[in-house]
Design a protein. Sequence first.
Length: 611
Amino acid sequence: ISVYDVKWIEEQEWCKEVSYMEKIKNVEWVGDGQISRIGLLSVGTENPQIVNIIFLDPAFIDKYYNFSRYVRGFWKDFLKGEKVTLLPTEYEVAIGEYVTLSLDEYILMPRGAAYLGRRNLGQFRVVGKFEPTQLSALKRIDNNLLFEGISNIILLPINAIKDPSIMISEVTVIPNPGFDPLELAKELAYLLGLQVIANKNGLAVLVEWSLEISSGGLIQFIVPISVAGLMVYITMSSVYEERRRELLTLATLGLDPRNMLLTFLVEALLLGLLGTFIGFFGTYILSMIAPLALTYYVNPSVFTFFVALFVGVIMVFLGGYIPSIRAQGLSLMGRVKTRELLGELITEGDNIIFPLPIRETIQNSELLYNYSREVLGKLPPSLVDHHSIKGEIYGDGSFNISFIALASGQSVFIPCSLRGEKNEDIIVPSIVFPKSFREYGQIKRILRDLEAYMIGFSTWRDMQLRMKIVREAPKKQKTMDEILEEMKAVIEQIKDLSRKLGILEAQKGRLTEEIYNEFRQKYLNMIDEKYKILRSISVGLESYLSQIQEEIKRTNLEIERVTIAYNLGEISEEEYIKICSPMQNNVTTLKSKLKEIEEILEFLRKPLGIF
């Protein structure tokens, strides 16, 4: 039951007063595992103690249970929504001191348990204490104890903590005079699907709705239903065998297995619906056309219609499903519906990396970045928190998109990132998430969904690009020195445009919004174009950097060899200077180029907008 249900009850005319109690969900099922929570209370630097946290409505419980007389302290400070608490007298904490409440969470999976961490619920001021044995005398309307396990409970007012792990444990409703509590309990049990206890004339009655389905009337139809299913199975199997050679030919040519499955199922259902129509409605039509020829009168009923529908649709579907699956298996294009991620999850430190099956050039890195953000936005809100999607692209074409994956009814939060890493002149996207969630079933579903969406990037990219074929004379091949000079010129242009944007930002308060946005968008588009040019020019720059480093290493080795020969007297000083001088000058020139390239690469590694 939720707070919205409580508010709905409060708005009803028969409701005089309503209140509820809350508690921590100690166990919560999530997929194929469960989350276990343990409440902890800490005082200063002492070791935390395990506690059972219960939330009360202060006004209601004092009005109907006279609860304030059990509390030693400042009961008037125990108000709804306040960060205060009541502790048993056995805790050596003075009234007015603060205690810290937290939750330890574990996820229990078939392959073992994993510690999710400790969540701090905040600090709470102790406003009073109570004797546990006195509270054990308090009873509900059904004569059961109001508090179970009284030894380690601590009490907080409702709304003191906003956390998804808190649930409403029970609701108490006081009806207005003139309304029957038992009838109201039946109505609430039916509407909410919960157990309801009503107290009428001093007698507690448990009301619970249940649904009972009797199959006794279907026993006599089991044989004809089974015969109908077997008939459809034999018919569709015959169709499958007759068309096997044609289906094999189509499957070899790439027939979609899903279409093949749907074709067989639709054919079986059409046969079943046609037979149902003829058998069901034909009987009534015949009884009206030739009433004298029939010895009995056929009376329409809902039950006969249900039996006809069951035989004509459900049994036909079940009978035709196996031949349809056999036909689907003929296609060479078939694949397992739920792919197992075996050997594809790479462990790197405390993270798991899942490479995506895409390789893209750095010229199209911006398209890949935009498509990745678009794909994350397409995933359902039950899997990904759309508000958590944040990303940035860097000058060298690499990018990083962070997001929060949700699981198990949005009770588990998995921090993930979709990274596009540069490998030479190629962008390689991958998904990174914490190692502790490796065996969690929900993360594998997210990985499979992302992979399925990302495979469509090539088609999406082709729709975004426009190709223009121009016939012209081949351009002169540029030297690396010319390329470096061109790249430095483009970088200076980007810095100049960024400086102009800074000037525009400084004058924002004196400009109209329309003029400011016009010029800002103009310079942002120009910077974007310059970065595209820079990324295209920088193709092969890292390999050239490796060549220069190798050349410097080789030249230094040769200088060292000549120096040793000179020190051993194998060559004269004149020969030594003649040989080493050009090589040292070459090393100086290469180091200068190396520094220029490293500065360019450092500039490209910065996020766009940081210069």
